[in-house]
Design a protein around this ligand. Structure first.
Ligand code: ZN
Ligand code: ZN
Length: 689
């Protein structure tokens, strides 16, 4: 010992400094290990503890290796024992921490105020309150109950093991308690959903002059506001964090950002995001999902581009969010790019991410890519199957959807209620009436699924599309639950085309009674009257709408060009190329006229309808503007893909059919319910939509 100590002293000045900063990777630690052995310094606890510290505690350490070194140490000191116990307490194997503790006691080393917090952490993680209680009495026996570090760990242990009352007893009125103690209690109560007490403690803390809430306190409370959707309280906490100059703390900023996003205050979220001195993956992901969830898809894609430019590497959660923005806007190019990124960054391809890819390709109009991704998936869950069947339904591939349903059963996946909505929808879009009725029976009799409103809706839709207005009416009247406005509206649509004006009028009034605040219903009824030239009635409905101050949902169409999304609304003149776009619309009209014109007002639409108003000049409907822009900006003969948030109106549908022929273009349009593949004057929906 003496000889090695003198060597140690010799090396002290240079090697000690070298060693202190050297152990930053496993590889460097190996070098240090070899150095110590070579210079016979391995017996020096102070030296070897540097190696153990890094290996056992650092995120990039290696606990097994620490253990290997540990077994070679003859007389490990207190610090080394504690380090090993600490490392295991946080590992996937917390019970090893307890084993080390007993080994330590056996070897004659007495536990100190650092040891207990680590073993108590292990107890908390093992959910072992009995063991925890034993350690608790040990701490009392050796007089450590007056150590705040021990107290906090005891409270944390009891709270984690669901003994909130014991935790509370230790906390209440304890003269030792510091800010960590308060935070532990506040965090524990929020975890259990006891929000009020947590906020009371916060108020109490603010009254005390010897203690001040810190970033952890606020972090707990802000996340409580997020869970509760309490924007007002969240905002107060945000102000308070500024007061305490904690608003630069990254974790707290992320929590505040997430709170604003989830409470729907995007404006404040943007302000927080802009003012953050640094941003990590979590900040970007919160913002992107906030934007996507509130319907700001184009902005979400824009920010994703920015995130790329500052070299933040996305993970699977970010990419699922961005894929859903692509799916919503039909941004196929960007969707494909994300598919590439997944491979490039070797992102973890979990079932959610792959299902999001299937959904994106289906919604962006590329059902073949969607099927390709789907077929390559090794594991699928019911959401995956539902997404694929729903995708086929949107594209009107009824038979394929039926085949996929069979495959789903063969592969042992259990269909759920959503599977049947997708399946019935597929039957409806493909006009498979007989099959649809059978599926509806199968669902109830074999799968024992009680139909919900959505299932009844699909059935009404199915019958209406087949022009079986009387059957649909009988079906609605015999339903065990009261039909909602959507179902009646579907019937109303069928009456319009079926030439049942009296029934239509009755149903139309019924629909408005059921949904007096829905803009779509008024527009629908007014369009109905306009369609049968009863202008006074149409005007009356319109006036009612104005009186009730009902806002109309504006129709949007999107088209992606070179990875950029262009958005149009009816009569839009905001685009930088407005002049050319309107010239193109003019040309479209002339060419359609030369080709013999297009037929308006024959077929009508079913399903849950929000149509753009007829009073807007049809000339300027948003999809026409998007298609005009597509025609002038893409190569002749290439397909044009557009997406619309509402249903395509009748006139536009028939107009676009002719456009596809005279311009010799395939036009793939997704509206609220389904895809229309326009080609050579025909549409894949066979004029049912
Ligand atoms: Zn239209
Ligand atoms: Zn169509």
């Amino acid at each position: 010992m003496i000889s090695s100590s003198s060597k140690w002293i010799k090396h002290l000045s240079t090697d000690w400094l070298w060693l202190r900063n050297h152990c930053t990777t496993v590889k460097k630690t190996k070098q240090a290990h070899a150095f110590l052995l070579r210079n016979r310094l391995f017996d020096e606890n102070l030296a070897v503890s540097k190696l153990i510290s890094f290996l056992a505690i650092s995120e990039s350490g290696k606990l097994d290796y620490a253990r290997k070194i540990f077994t070679q140490i003859e007389n490990p000191d207190m610090f080394i024992w504690n380090t090993m116990i600490r490392g295991y307490a946080r590992s996937i194997n917390p019970s090893e921490a307890i084993s080390f503790y007993y080994l330590m006691v056996q070897s004659g080393v007495v536990a100190d105020n650092y040891t207990y917090p680590f073993v108590l952490t292990a107890c908390a993680r093992l959910a072992a309150p009995e063991l925890g209680r034993r350690f608790h009495s040990e701490t009392v026996k050796i007089g450590l109950e007056s150590d705040v570090f021990v107290l906090n760990s005891l409270i944390q242990m009891y709270a984690n093991c669901r003994f909130l009352d014991v935790a509370r007893r230790l906390f209440d009125g304890n003269p030792l308690r510091d800010v960590v103690t308060w935070n532990v209690m506040i965090g524990a109560y929020i975890d259990r959903g006891i929000y009020e007490q947590a906020f009371n403690w916060f108020e109490e803390m603010r009254q005390l002059d010897y203690i001040q809430p810190d970033s952890v306190t606020l972090l707990h409370l802000v996340s409580a506001c997020t869970q509760l959707g309490n924007l007002e309280q969240g905002r107060l906490l945000h102000f308070y964090s500024k007061e305490l100059a904690l608003d630069t703390n990254l974790r707290l900023c992320n929590a505040i950002l997430d709170m604003y996003c989830k409470c729907g205050d995007l404006e404040s979220a943007m302000e927080v995001f802009d003012s953050m001195p640094e941003r990590d993956l979590l900040s970007w992901t919160s913002l992107l999902s906030g934007l996507t969830n509130s319907g700001h898809f184009i902005e979400a894609l824009h920010f994703f581009g920015q995130m790329q430019s500052v070299n933040i590497r996305p993970d699977e959660i970010t990419l699922v969010t961005v894929l859903s923005a692509c799916a919503q806007t039909g941004a196929l190019d960007q969707g494909k790019y994300i598919h590439l990124l997944i491979d490039r960054y070797k992102v973890n391809r979990d079932i959610i991410l792959e299902t999001a890819l299937v959904d994106m390709y289906a919604k962006c109009g590329n059902i073949n890519f969607s099927l390709q991704v789907f077929n390559k998936m090794r594991v699928k869950n019911v959401f995956t199957w539902n997404t694929m069947i729903g995708g086929l339904a949107m594209h009107g591939h009824g038979q394929q959807a039926m085949a996929l349903f069979e495959r789903m059963k063969q592969e042992g996946s259990m269909p759920d209620d959503v599977t049947f909505i997708a399946f019935l929808c597929a039957c409806s879009h493909a006009g498979l009436v007989k099959e649809g009725i059978e599926v509806f029976k199968l669902m109830q009799e074999v799968y024992l699924i009680k139909p919900r409103m959505e299932h009844y809706g699909c059935m009404v839709d199915l019958l209406c599309r087949a022009r079986l207005v009387d059957d649909a009416l009988a079906f609605i009247e015999n339903m065990p639950i009261k039909a909602n406005a959507v179902l009646w509206a579907t019937l109303l649509g069928a009456c319009r085309i079926g030439g049942h004006p009296e029934l239509a009028e009755k149903v139309g009034k019924r629909v408005i009674e059921l949904e007096p605040d829905s803009d779509g219903r008024y527009v629908q009824l007014s369009n109905l009257y306009a369609g049968i030239h009863r202008w006074d009635e149409a005007m009356k409905i319109r006036n009612q709408m104005t009186l009730k101050k009902i806002e109309k949902t504006p129709g949007y169409s999107w088209i992606e060009l070179n990875g950029m999304i262009h958005q149009f609304i009816a009569g839009d003149r905001a685009h930088t190329q407005t002049e050319e776009i309107y010239m193109m619309v003019e040309e479209m009209y002339q060419r359609v006229k030369l080709a013999g014109g297009h037929i308006t007002g024959t077929t009508q639409v079913l399903f849950d309808i929000d149509e753009e108003e007829k009073e807007h000049s049809l000339f300027l409907h948003s999809e026409k503007l998007a298609i005009a822009f597509g025609l002038m900006s893409t190569a002749p003969g290439s397909p044009i893909r557009i997406v619309k948030n509402l249903r395509v109106c009748n006139d536009c549908h028939s107009f676009v059919k002719v456009i596809s022929k005279v311009f010799n273009r395939e036009i793939i349009a997704r509206d609220r319910n389904r895809f229309h593949h326009f080609r050579e004057g025909k549409c894949s929906c066979m004029d049912f939509w």
